[in-house]
Unconditional design. Sequence first.
Length: 357
Amino acid sequence: MKNDRNYLLTVVVPIYNVERYLKQCVDSLLHQSVENHKIVLVNDGSRDRSGEIAKAYARQYPDRITYISQKNAGPGAARNVGLKYVDTPYVIFLDSDDWMMPRTVEHVTKEVEYSADAFDLAFMMPVVYNMSSCRYEDWRDNNYLEEIFKHSGRVVSARQTPQLYGTEASICRCVFRVSFLREHQFQFPEGVKWEDVFPHFYLLYWARRCVLIREAGFFYRINSGSQTTSHASKSRMDVIPVFSSVFAYALENDWMLCETAYIVSMMMDFIVWSLRATTRKVQIRLVKGLHEMCRAIPKEYYRAYIKIIKPPMLYRLIWYGLNSPFVYQMLENNHKLRAAGTVYRKAAKLCKIGRRL
């Protein structure tokens, strides 16, 4: 990639079987209101026409687009490869079935020019596009993030404001200073689903200057039906190595309890969702693995979670079940999480009757 001018940032796009959406994605990057950015397209072993489409763009825009092809290794590996080709001060990661808001690069540029000191990480404000309803929806935690910066100031850090850990784990909704990533030898986890989770906690832990760019963002496509049910079900098992690595890092670095509470909180969200979305065959394996992982988590982490996050009763019951050598089998033997909840409620009712007798 030529570098005849001073480009501010690079957008890295991992590509896998997205021929239906890829042109919209790349066009949104090419047709920004300012053009001081580059694009790295990483074809992660696509079996459709995605590679041909990406190569055609690279031929047409050789000064701005770099095309890389590799065997399928997953989005984490594709992002790592793309990051090696980044030679600009800042980087954004964008999934190839999403598309960028037209003034995002412009607003990132203004933030960089406005700030006296370079930020490590800048949050953006994405919008969800629901393909089932053909409607645009608010990103889940935009209001939550607004409140954090409203009360904590223009520049914050997770060490001082642990609530930042409670934002959604999405690497694509952030702009990163490249020297910050390289200073901390950052790489995405490879070979697992939810490769954003560990980076979410790791990078927020080290970032000293986090800002919010309200006018920048992208459109996040949901309900596109691009994954098969069987593959998605098997991948739920990845919740175990993903969160095990986060807890191991927190233990090694003596994280404060107010920080670990948010790890437990996100883990419980993933657990509840995973239990609801798996086949019975996978669920049996999943519950056994979750039982072992949860029993290894320090009890003070859970107590901090209860005190700070104040989770609903269902989450507390699931935690109790997963930690009990006997009760966790209720979850294992009930495919539907609601059925497991019914078992808990009946048991609680019987306990009350027993006390009266």
